[in-house]
Design a protein around this ligand. Structure first.
Ligand code: SF4
Length: 511
């Protein structure tokens, strides 16, 4: 038999350095090279000057970022890798931090300053010509929180319970008044539309005064009053605390109050059930993540403004061009983009439908021909002309406020006389004259966006959007299997996504 020599006791004459054992183009070398170029003053300022010397933040950062590139997220696994894996050993100069130190570094030291590190890496990529901050593609995805899936608190359920309590209290009040002696009767009942702890206690006291020792009061009603006294004020206090946590949302999870119940794309239970999670927004460029933010709102429409505000805060500039899907098209967003001189390639919700209608020029008259957008609008005279040639004059303006507090104004136009009109059956279903509504500001934006999106540049952007931002989510969620946060609370979840986004950028740089 002929074998190569195998001797575990063989010593090296000149022991090699670990660095020599790692290929020059290995991803760990990219992580090392990139982090060596960063200014870590902010990270260093997170440490105390006093006490036992800590592991060097540069070393800890290199290890943490490489771990995310290597799909190693648990602090125990990172500790193990520092002990056993040559790449980690090289980065850490063979120091081994225990899992508590690693967890503390991630959740305490990085929490507030990580975005600065992320920004510096993006700017390095920009210096290398791999990305530009001028043009971004924005999109969002929902990622499940670590919270329990059945730990919901619903805003609507709280409202319903409060209404039920108010009506029970009112019922008791009226009963008490019906059996009260003349001197105990109160002609001014409390306002039961809005109840609070104090009002409940006061009202229950008054009812009790009437029912107590009153021979006409039924035992059943007295028991009900006891239930009200024991539970209502206590429950109202609990609901008030829950409403403070909700802060305008319709739900939150008891085990991660920052998480909102949302519909997830990845529904492993296949039952369409809402799950606690966060709405992750990113702006990408050439499939690199340029910026990321986490939101508690389920609808993308309300996330664009805070996402861009945060972009501007981080980079001290706005992107010059932004492309996004119809989920972001609203008057408020178009106005914000225009005010900040961002050229918007953002569809409005009926853009695709409108395009199809224009293309398929139907010959036969259908009810679609009677839709408002197919009626003639005279801009100079500010009136519509209905299909029978009647002038539809402006009758009033309607002001509406969106969920985010943005105020919209629409003009309402009314036909003069629809009685006896042969087209009435296909024109409208209203009992009186037909009215149409027009939001002039929104129409102006839609017109501008339609022209922009149907231009050669617009077509290019629309195609590029699907190949730019969507693959980033595909890569992070499917290829890297990041479908659920492993930390609770929006700040920690944002840091966690940031580490994934940075790891994604460095992987892309290596590729
Ligand atoms: S129903 Fe009224 S609005 Fe419609 S076409 Fe006839 S007159 Fe005009």
């Amino acid at each position: 038999m002929n074998f190569q020599e195998y001797n575990q006791q063989q010593n090296w004459l000149f022991p090699p350095s670990i660095e020599e054992l790692i290929p020059a183009d290995h991803p760990v070398k990219v992580v090392n090279g990139v982090i060596e170029q960063l200014n870590l003053d902010l990270l260093i300022s997170e440490y105390n000057k006093e006490g036992k010397p800590s592991y060097h933040p540069k070393m800890m950062l290199k290890v943490m970022v490489y771990a995310y590139m290597d799909n190693t997220y648990s602090s125990r696994k990172i500790e193990k890798a520092m002990r056993e894996n040559i790449n980690y050993m090289w980065l850490s100069a063979r120091q081994v931090a225990d899992h508590n130190t690693i967890a503390r570094f991630r959740s305490k030291r990085l929490k507030t300053i990580f975005k600065d590190i992320f920004k510096q890496v993006v700017l390095l990529l920009a210096d290398e010509g791999l990305v530009t901050l001028k043009e971004v593609f924005t999109d969002g995805t929902k990622i499940e929180s670590l919270a329990g899936r059945y730990t919901f608190v619903w805003g609507n359920a709280i409202k319903t319970r409060k209404q039920k309590m108010a009506s029970q209290l009112e019922e008791m009040w009226q009963y008490a008044q019906s059996i009260a002696e003349e001197e105990d009767k109160d002609p001014t009942p409390p306002d039961f539309k809005k109840i609070d702890k104090q009002k409940v206690e006061q009202t229950a006291r008054k009812i009790n005064k009437i029912l107590k020792d009153n021979p006409r009061a039924s035992t059943q009603k007295k028991a009900k009053l006891r239930y009200i006294e024991q539970n209502f004020a206590k429950n109202l206090e609990k609901y008030q605390q829950q409403e403070e946590i909700l802060a305008g949302r319709n739900s939150y999870s008891k085990t991660d109050p920052d998480a909102t119940f949302m519909r997830m794309k990845e529904d492993h239970m296949l039952n369409g059930q809402l799950k606690p999670g966060y709405n992750v927004q990113i702006s990408s460029q050439s499939q690199f993540v340029i910026h990321y933010t986490l939101h508690q709102q389920t609808n993308d429409i309300h996330t664009l403004k805070p996402h861009l505000e945060s972009f501007e805060y981080l980079y001290e500039l706005f992107p010059e061009q932004l492309t996004a899907d119809a989920g972001y098209g609203s008057e408020e967003n178009y106005e914000y983009l225009e005010q900040n001189e961002i050229t918007a390639y953002v569809k409005y919700n009926t853009f695709d439908k409108d395009e199809q209608t224009y293309k398929s020029k139907k010959k036969k008259k259908t009810s679609a021909d009677f839709q408002r957008d197919n009626l003639h609008y005279n801009e100079q005279g500010d009136f519509y002309v209905c299909p029978m040639g009647q002038r539809m004059e402006k009758v009033f303006e309607r002001r509406q406020t969106t969920k985010s507090g943005y105020s919209q104004i629409s003009s309402v136009y009314r036909a003069q006389n629809c009685r006896g009109c042969p087209l009435r059956g296909v024109c409208h279903k209203s009992k009186s004259e037909r009215t149409v509504q027009r939001n002039h500001t929104l129409e102006r934006y839609k017109d501008m966006i339609r022209k922009r999106l149907t231009s050669a540049e617009g077509e290019k952007k629309r195609k590029k959007r699907t190949a730019d931002v969507e693959p980033v989510f595909g890569h992070i969620k499917s290829n890297r299997n990041f479908k659920r946060f492993t930390h609770k609370g929006i700040k920690k979840a944002e840091l966690e996504f940031g580490l994934h986004a940075l790891a994604h950028n460095l992987r892309k740089k290596v590729a």
